[in-house]
Design a protein around this ligand. Sequence first.
Ligand code: PEP
Ligand code: MN
Length: 337
Amino acid sequence: MIIVLRDNVTEEQIENLKKHLNKYGFEICESLGVQKRIIGAIGAKPDFDTRKIKILDGVAEVHRITEPFTLTSRNHQKENTVIKIKDVEIGTDQLTLIAGPCSVENEEQIFKLAEVVAISGAKILRGGAFKPRSSPYSFQGLGEEGLKMMRKAADKFGLLMITEVLEVGQIDLVGSYTDIFQVGARNMQNFSLIKELGKTNKPVMLKRGISATIEDWLMSAEYLLANGNKNVMLCERGIRSFDKYTKHNFDLSAIPIVHRKSHLPVIADPSHAAGFRDYVPAMARAAVAAGADGLMIEIHHDPEKALSDGPQALLPAIYMQLIEELRIIAGAVGKKL
Ligand code: PEP
Ligand code: MN
């Protein structure tokens, strides 16, 4: 931690600051420049609240130099995390494709789309059975019936499945059907949920919260790792911004930043970021170019009739064409698809 002192700091204030630093167990390293007086405090615990120093008289600024996440950090683990589920590996140079509808709607729909997913070469079928909807009047998902249909469809076409778990009380039920738990953007900081998912060994895809900083997101991943689950992947799905032309602002830069800061795989979700199907292919191509470890894309054979997120769903033919384009981009950045 670096502490910059105010220009008019008094000797008494400095003594008081040092007393506090000693009390909190820091080693002190002083630098008395002509312009600025700076104190280095070495040995910050990951959970140290820098505001305890910021509020002291004579202190102008406090900068943390170590990051608050540890197990999630690249410093803790140099090599990339690779998640293995049956014959699928996530986090290698083989891109992971996840596709499917926003919600499981009925058996015919999920079987039709699972077939498209399998033909496209994707290995993981997505679909929500418990839906986190902004409005209580919107379709909330088919619940366990949806999980059953999705499991059958995934098995028929040799796919893995990923679906959202909304609350602690659903972990056992959802876990008995799915291969990967999805934690949605709205639940990224549902600490009781992520703590419990951390105690399972099933892979978890943690979506970035709608207003979460990258640090908030990595701290939530830390909850999963700290509770024992190493099979964690992250998903950038866009963050809230002020523009009206997209649903969210796709934070492309989060992909290389997370790769630098963490060893966890990053999946990109251009569908929820863009919110409109016209922009999904461009954002998907950009995500692969930016080094994403995989993509999650929503598709639907009849988007007009979709019970959720129809406007952002790609028609199967457009999705197939996109895969071909992605293959070229993947090759250009040393990945395979
Ligand atoms: C979803 O993937 O269906 C979903 C609800 O996404 P998000 O949590 O990112 O909004
Ligand atoms: Mn959706």
